[in-house]
Design a protein. Structure first.
Length: 207
């Protein structure tokens, strides 16, 4: 089933002009219903990015932000994202950044934090597919750490997997990191993407 440009950008309206540049994506996208956990339907993805059976999507958001790189002697090196996720009503729901994972003794991992209850999850990429050569890859990430908010909020804490799909932009610069005096310089590269959050089906609650 094919979709027009508006349907390719089902989340925040502010993303649609950017998303229209991505119509060459090899996988068609189903338009998302309102962000009710029982109605979130992620788009088709390559086999390697499919979430294991026993999990279902319960939340989704459209991200706008930057992929951040630092110039090292070896070249541009990724050191984390800075992004805000919006729902279909264009309201902020989650922030996305790099932070130490307490479950792994402070190992830096990409992080998602709920904008209301401040619950967090940390993710580790387990599969990557380049869908467009001019955009960062689509990813499947496994949650390797979770934390409730300070008042017990747990909106994100039961997340098991996260998909990053429909990416636009975000690649490391192709220039500006070839001379010794450029080492230490940083590049904040704009990107957008859709994120889908999964949790185990019928998982007994421990809360």
């Amino acid at each position: 089933m094919t979709h027009n440009g508006a349907e390719r950008c089902p989340f925040a309206p502010r993303l649609r002009p950017t998303c229209l540049a991505a119509l060459a994506v090899a996988f068609t996208v189903s338009q998302l219903s309102p962000a009710d956990a029982d109605h979130i339907r992620p788009p088709p993805v390559p086999v390697s990015l499919q979430v294991p059976a026993g999990n279902k999507a319960f939340r989704a958001g459209a991200a706008v932000g930057t992929q951040d790189y630092i110039c090292l002697p070896s070249g541009w090196t990724f050191f984390g994202p800075q992004a805000t996720l919006f729902d279909e009503r264009d309201e902020q729901i989650i922030t996305h950044f790099l932070s130490p994972n307490p479950i792994e003794n402070g190992t830096p991992r990409v992080t998602w934090q709920d904008s209301r209850d401040t619950s967090k999850v940390w993710g580790l990429a387990v599969a990557s597919v380049t869908v467009q050569p001019d955009a960062i890859p689509w990813l499947l990430l496994k949650v390797v750490g979770a934390e409730d908010g300070p008042t017990g909020g747990d909106e994100l804490a039961e997340t098991t997997f996260v998909q990053r799909l429909n990416t636009v932009g975000g690649l490391a610069p192709s220039t500006g990191c070839t001379m010794s005096q450029q080492v230490g310089s940083r590049a904040l590269v704009p990107y957008s993407a859709d994120y889908f959050f999964y949790k185990a089906i019928n998982r007994p609650s421990s809360r």
